[in-house]
Ligand binder design. Structure first.
Ligand code: UD1
Ligand code: CA
Length: 459
C-alpha cells in the first residue's frame, strides 16, 4: 500500500468558539486541536502531511518537523482550502483529506480509508457515518448503483430540499482521492451555492463512481464547532490516553478525576490516585505512587517514587525519593535518589543530594545540598537580596537544626551542624557547629513582679 499525502484543512475561523484563540489551536489533553489529526496522519504512515492554515500562520510554530503549512489567503470554503495545498499534491498520489476540527480520527481509520480507496480503484472515496441526529452535517445522496452521487450542504438554507434533510447518512469531512483527478476538479470548482463558498464535496460528481467508506464508530468523527463539542471530544481523547496507559500496566484509581496529557509517559505498576493532573512533557517511572490530588507538569520522575498531595512544575525526582504531602517543587528542583521533600516544603532551582531529607516547613531556593544531609524543620535559604539571587551550598552529612536561616551566598562544610534558630551569614567549616543567635538572658523573679507592681513602688 502507498503512503498517502494527507491534507488537513484548518484555516476556518471558528467563530462559534467565542474565543481570541483560533479554534484549531485550542488544546485537547495538552495538544493543539489541529495537531491531533496531524499526529494521526504521521502515525498512519503518511508520505507527506500538509496543514492548510490562515495567513496569520498561527499554526506554523507548533507543527512537527516535516509537516508543511499551506496558506489559504481567505476562508472561501473547504474546496478552496484543499486547492491552497495544490502545489504539494502529485498526480499519482493517494490524497487523504482531513479536518483540523475533527481531532479524534485514528491512524487505523486513516489507513483503512486509504486502503479501501486504493483497493476499489475509485477516483474518490468518502468516509460517511449514519447519525440519529444528522443536523449540521452535509447529507450523502446515493446513486441507484449504491455509489455516492453528491453531498448536499445544510448549514445555510437553500442548499438542501426537505427530502434531502431526511437523509441520516452524513459526510464526515474525511476523504481519499486520486491526486490528478482531484486537482482537475478543484481547478474547475465553482461557488454557486447558498453560502457562496467553494464546497469540497462539489468535486465528487466529476469523480464518479465515488465509493463510500462507512465508519461504524461515529466518535472518531466528532467535530468541534463550539465549546460544548470541545468538552465532548476531550472526554473521548482523555479516555483514549488513560486506556493506553492502563493497557501498559498503569492503575488509575479514579479515571474520572484524572487528567493525563497526551505527551506523558508512565511506567508499569505505577498507581495514580484520585484527583491527579499529569501534564505537559512529564515522564513517570515504574512502581510509583502518585496522589491523591497531585499536579505534575513538565517533570521527570524516576522509578519507585511516592508523591502525595503535591504540586511539581519543571522538577526532577530520582528513584526512590518521596515528596509531600503538601510539597511544592518548582523549576529545576532536583531530588536525587531516596531524597525527601516533606510537608509544606518549597524547593526551586536546587540540587538535593542522595538520601538527603528536607522533611518539614522549609524553603530551599538556589541551593546545592550534598548527600546524607538532614535539614531541620523551618529552614530557609535567604537567596534574594532584593536585586540578585545567591546560592547556598551545604555539604554532605550535615545536620541543621530547626529554624536555621542561610543568608546566601554562604557555604556549610561537610559534617557540620547548626544550632536551632541560627542566622548563618558566614561560611561554616566542615565538622563545626555554627551558633548564630544572641545568648539567652533569664530575668529572675520577673513574673512575680508583674503580678504585684505595688511591691516595686514600696521597695
Ligand atoms: C463540512 C462539510 C460537510 C461535512 C462536515 C463534517 C463542506 C462544504 N462541508 O462542513 O459536508 O458534513 O464538514 O464535519 O466541506 N476550512 C478551511 N478553509 C475554509 C473553510 C473551512 O480550512 O475556507 C476548514 C475548517 O477550519 C475546518 C474544516 O475545514 O477544520 C471544515 O470546515 P467547516 O466550516 O467546519 O465545515 P462544516 O460546515 O463543518
Ligand atoms: Ca466543522
Amino acid at each position: 500500500m502507498s503512503s498517502p499525502t494527507v491534507v488537513i484543512m484548518a484555516a476556518g475561523q471558528g467563530t462559534r468558539m467565542r474565543s481570541r484563540v483560533p479554534k484549531v489551536l485550542h488544546p485537547i489533553c495538552g495538544r493543539a486541536m489541529a495537531l491531533w489529526p496531524v499526529h494521526a496522519a504521521l502515525e498512519a504512515g503518511a508520505g507527506r502531511v500538509i496543514v492548510v492554515g490562515g495567513p496569520d500562520r498561527a499554526l506554523e510554530p507548533v507543527l512537527p518537523d516535516g509537516v508543511v503549512l499551506a496558506v489559504q489567503e481567505r476562508p472561501l470554503g473547504t474546496g478552496d482550502a484543499v486547492r491552497s495545498a495544490a502545489e504539494h499534491i502529485g498526480d499519482d498520489d493517494t490524497v487523504v483529506v482531513l479536518s483540523g476540527d475533527v481531532p479524534l480520527i485514528t491512524p487505523e481509520a486513516i489507513r483503512a480509508l486509504a486502503d479501501a480507496h486504493e483497493a476499489s480503484g475509485s477516483r474518490a472515496t468518502m468516509a460517511t457515518m449514519v447519525l440519529d441526529d444528522p443536523s449540521g452535517y452535509g447529507r450523502v445522496v446515493r446513486a441507484a448503483d449504491g455509489s455516492v452521487e453528491r453531498v448536499v450542504e445544510t448549514k445555510a438554507a437553500g442548499d438542501a430540499t426537505e427530502a434531502e434533510l431526511e437523509i441520516r447518512e452524513v459526510n464526515t469531512g474525511v476523504y481519499a482521492f486520486a491526486g490528478g483527478p482531484l486537482l482537475e476538479q478543484l481547478a474547475a470548482l465553482g461557488n454557486d451555492n447558498a453560502q457562496g463558498e467553494y464546497y469540497l464535496p462539489d468535486v465528487l460528481p466529476g469523480l464518479r463512481p465515488v465509493g463510500a467508506y462507512v465508519l461504524d464508530d461515529p466518535t472518531l468523527m466528532l467535530g468541534v464547532n463550539d465549546r460544548l463539542d470541545l468538552e465532548a471530544v476531550r472526554v473521548h481523547a482523555q479516555r483514549r490516553i488513560l486506556d493506553a496507559h492502563a493497557r501498559n500496566g498503569v492503575t488509575f484509581v479514579s479515571p474520572q478525576t484524572t487528567v493525563v496529557d497526551v505527551g506523558v509517559t508512565i511506567g508499569p505498576d505505577t498507581v495514580v490516585e484520585q484527583g491527579c493532573t499529569l501534564a505537559g512533557e512529564t515522564t513517570i517511572g515504574a512502581g510509583c505512587t502518585i496522589g491523591p490530588h497531585t499536579t505534575i507538569r513538565d517533570s521527570a520522575i524516576g522509578d519507585d517514587v511516592t508523591i502525595r498531595h503535591s504540586w511539581l512544575d519543571g522538577a526532577r525526582v530520582d528513584a526512590g525519593a518521596t515528596v509531600g504531602p503538601f510539597a511544592y517543587l518548582r523549576p529545576n528542583a532536583h531530588l536525587r535518589e531516596r531524597a525527601k521533600a516533606g510537608t509544606f516544603v518549597e524547593i526551586k532551582n536546587s540540587d538535593i543530594g542522595e538520601g538527603t531529607k528536607v522533611p518539614h516547613l522549609s524553603y530551599i531556593g538556589d541551593a546545592e545540598i550534598g548527600p546524607g544531609t538532614n535539614i531541620g524543620a523551618s529552614n530557609v535559604t535567604a537567596n534574594y537580596d532584593g536585586e540578585r539571587k545567591h546560592r547556598t551550598t551545604i555539604g554532605a552529612g550535615v545536620r541543621t537544626a530547626v529554624d536555621t536561616t542561610f543568608v546566601a551566598p554562604v557555604t556549610v562544610g561537610d559534617g557540620a551542624y547548626t544550632a536551632a534558630g541560627s542566622v548563618v551569614v558566614s561560611d561554616v567549616p566542615p565538622g563545626a557547629l555554627a551558633v548564630a543567635r544572641s545568648r539567652q538572658t533569664n530575668i529572675e523573679g520577673y513574673a512575680e513582679r508583674r503580678r504585684r507592681p505595688d511591691r516595686r513602688a514600696s521597695e
